[in-house]
Design a protein around this ligand. Sequence first.
Ligand code: DAH
Length: 340
Amino acid sequence: MLEAKLESLAEEARRAVAAAAEAAELEAVRVRYLGRKGELSQISRQMGKLAPEERARIGRLLNTVKRELEELLDERKRRFDEEALRARLESEWVDLTLPAPGPRPGSLHPVTQIQAEIEDLFVSLGFTVLSGPEVETEYNNFDALNIPPEHPARDVQDTFWVEGGNLLRTHTSPVQVRGMERLGPPLRMIAPGRVFRNEEVDASHEHTFYQLEGMMVDRDVSIGHLIYFMKTLLSAIFHRDVTVRLRPGYFPFVEPGFELDIHCLICGGKGCSVCKQSGWLELLPCGLVHPNVLRMSGIDPEEWNGFAFGLGLTRLVMMRYAIDDIRLLQSGDLRFLTQF
Ligand code: DAH
């Protein structure tokens, strides 16, 4: 009777092992049949009542069944372990033959790029590239450019003053003064650089921006020369025809002075926030160098004259790439910068 019970228990256990769907279920099967309080232990406890010879026979059978179940359980456990390992390897697989991402190559800021292009152009036209200090003397920034202390033109450029009477240059024009003093006539120079104004910052005003100054001093320089160089400059920059207009403009250091405007490339002339709804952008103020300016830098205006211009590099970049907010240029935002 005990023998039959053992046989049916064994059969039940085999089926339970086969049916276990995962390791935890399998462990439950093991506890249920082979555990200390499991089915087989209960049978072995009943064996005490048996006759010695029957006890030996049932004992052997019990051991056989136990061993068989242990093997079945081990075998199945191994299978589960292998499957788990395979699944893990699959999920953690890495292709070591793929190239590593590596450092991202940098690129030049769009203002730097456009500056380099214009420098190349003017160097090919025989101009020297000069740079002046960002902290300037009041004399170079104003007086030597025919802007005396009480002159209203000083009010147009809200100035950051530095202790000791110096200032953050409000334009690149003081480099004209340094150029004339250092090089003497005849001279052709450009001076790109950073300038500063105490501005209320908005989409088209920054406290820090870039200009490129240009100056040519020679004998018999005329407005014709000026227009020739400005046209050469603009067609090199935009690689296409841009609509321009020349208006009289007032700057104390030139006479006559002009505003060279271009049709707004953002809105095509319809009017937008960048061109203040006018459709035009002041891009290139210029003129013939005022005799006082030449004289103050030691050049005889009876013998020499010249032209000068001040290009807004920052604004030029905005036009070229249709950037509608000047603040983006100094945001340091890589999503913006990596486009160039
Ligand atoms: N320095 C002027 C400014 O920043 C721009 C300018 C006007 C420069 C006329 C020039 C010039 O050389 O001829 O507002």
